[in-house]
Ligand binder design. Sequence first.
Ligand SMILES: *Cc1c(COP(=O)(O)O)cnc(C)c1O
Length: 382
Amino acid sequence: MNKEQVSPGRPRPDIAALSAYVPGRSAAEVRRRYGVDEVVKLASNENPFGPSPHAIAAATTALAASNRYPDGASTALRERLAAVYRLAPANVIVGNGSDELILLLALAYLQPGETAVMAAPPYAIHRSAVAIAGGAVAGVALKDYVHDLDAMADAVGEDTKLVFVANPHNPTGTHLGRDVLRRFAARIPTHVLLVVDEAYHDYVDDAVRHTARDLLGDYPNVVTLRTFSKAHGLAGLRAGYALAHDNVVGTLDRIRPPFDLNIAAQAAALAALDDDAHVRHVARENRAGRARLIAIARRHGLTTVPSETNFVLIQVDDSAALTEALMARGVIVRPGGNLGMPGWIRVSVGTNDDLDRFERAMELVGSRKSEVGSNRDEQPIH
Ligand SMILES: *Cc1c(COP(=O)(O)O)cnc(C)c1O
């Protein structure tokens, strides 16, 4: 059969060549496929401690006005964020998750063929956004699992318009200090945007935590990205924001879908922003869980990468096979092959009960090595 005859439309060839995003498997899918009753998902860096009850109450109240369009400018949220960061509302833009803002940045700043510099492996959405915009990725290999900032600055060329740094990085969990990031910003020309994605900011230990927001005064080309998806526990509602020069905010506002943040997300984000105690509680629980996760890995003689996030990268013999074996025991982790880290698994911090299950599954898998040996689930993501 001639496929051409039944293929409707003609997508852009560069879009047709892309692969769809490969998400972590859902608990329902694993329950069905393996016939396990209880499934814990440690694959998507979600917050297992839940959202702020105030955020859920605010979202629930907001739902009663669902017949109205949301405030397209997210005015209340924008103004509150501006106050928190001692900026003007014109320096703040909110998005349907920070992933939307990453896409808008790529669409607004890259002409086809122009380049975005990022780590290799990068956060997957940084790469896919650039591809969707028709741009080229200049990937700079990590050095000891950390951004190689000197090499990244060297990679900035005539046609570079964007530089992405995830701090801390996903998929490695590593963190760049204040001074090295400032020196890096000084090396990036003003006509190139330096996008610092701080999705895991609230998980960084107090002693080393800092924000690229503080670079904005000296370096107006720095864009700081944050999300409500991680420590605030609102991944399902989709809300993120950028702190940037007003010209950058104005540019993104021109191409932003006018009602990208729904009323429940706006209300929940606003309430979550004022519940510092909840974020501190989550960060504390996360620190304990992360230590336990690392201890479990060490007990199995496995190497881990130092993490300032809510996940840990663990080096294993065969990541696809181990992922499969853990899944058969009701524990979903992310195989590193999907993330550009073959030979590793990325495990998100869970509750103590979740980690009990991970620990037990690791022991069972360890004692039945012969079962391990299928590669069928390792799919590449480009
Ligand atoms: C999880 C994550 C985000 C969050 O994306 P949202 O669209 O806000 O949910 C952004 N950047 C990185 C590096 C992440 O790991």
